[in-house]
Write a protein that binds this ligand. Structure first.
Ligand code: PNS
Length: 168
């Protein structure tokens, strides 16, 4: 009997970018099922609520039948165990990501030895891209349509209207 291979892609996704979406698409071709899980990064103050980020992710992954979206207020490894997932996916953009990602992978390994972290190299065209950069551009009224799906760009414009950016 073959067991289906489930992977969890954890992150803040505040908001989801084309870089995240690229990783989701590629992971969905590697694993039987992928759950994109919105978690809290204790060192970040999110712009969008957990529910808003989940709704955004559901919208932009609606065309991927083996991808589901969830949220969790706790440890990533506890979520993965709860779901019976064996793999955690993380994207690596550059060497600068590596140190923190390796530390996280090793920490998670000490908490759940059965879980493997699988790093996918971010596609070259998105290697500069982060949610923080997107928020910074949107805050000052710059264009973000080339960085995030249209629906997300519209949500950012609603949060940071042009008039607000000009006031500052
Ligand atoms: O998109 P991010 O902010 O790089 O994602 C980081 C995230 C949310 C995956 C990480 O902070 C996390 O796993 N948070 C949940 C709490 C946890 O499990 N911490 C231990 C991991 S070292």
């Amino acid at each position: 009997m073959t067991r289906s291979l489930l992977a969890v892609y954890p992150g803040s996704f505040d908001p989801v970018t084309f870089g995240h979406l690229d990783i989701i698409h590629r992971a969905s071709r590697l694993f039987d099922g992928v759950t994109v899980t919105v978690l809290n990064n204790p060192s970040k103050q999110p712009l969008f609520s957990l529910e808003e980020r989940m709704a955004q992710l559901r919208l932009v992954t609606a065309d991927l039948p083996n991808v589901t979206v969830d949220g969790f207020a706790g440890l990533t490894v506890d979520y993965a165990r709860l779901k019976g997932a064996r793999v955690l996916i993380r994207g690596l953009r550059a060497v600068s990501d590596f140190e923190l990602e390796l530390q996280m992978a090793h920490t998670n390994k000490t908490l759940a030895v059965e879980l493997e972290t699988c790093f996918l190299a971010t596609s070259n065209e998105y290697s500069f891209l982060s949610s923080s950069v997107v928020k910074q551009i949107a805050r000052f009224g710059g264009p973000v349509e080339h960085l995030v799906p249209q629906a997300i760009a519209e949500e950012l414009r609603a949060v940071f209207p042009l008039s607000q950016s000009l006031e500052k």
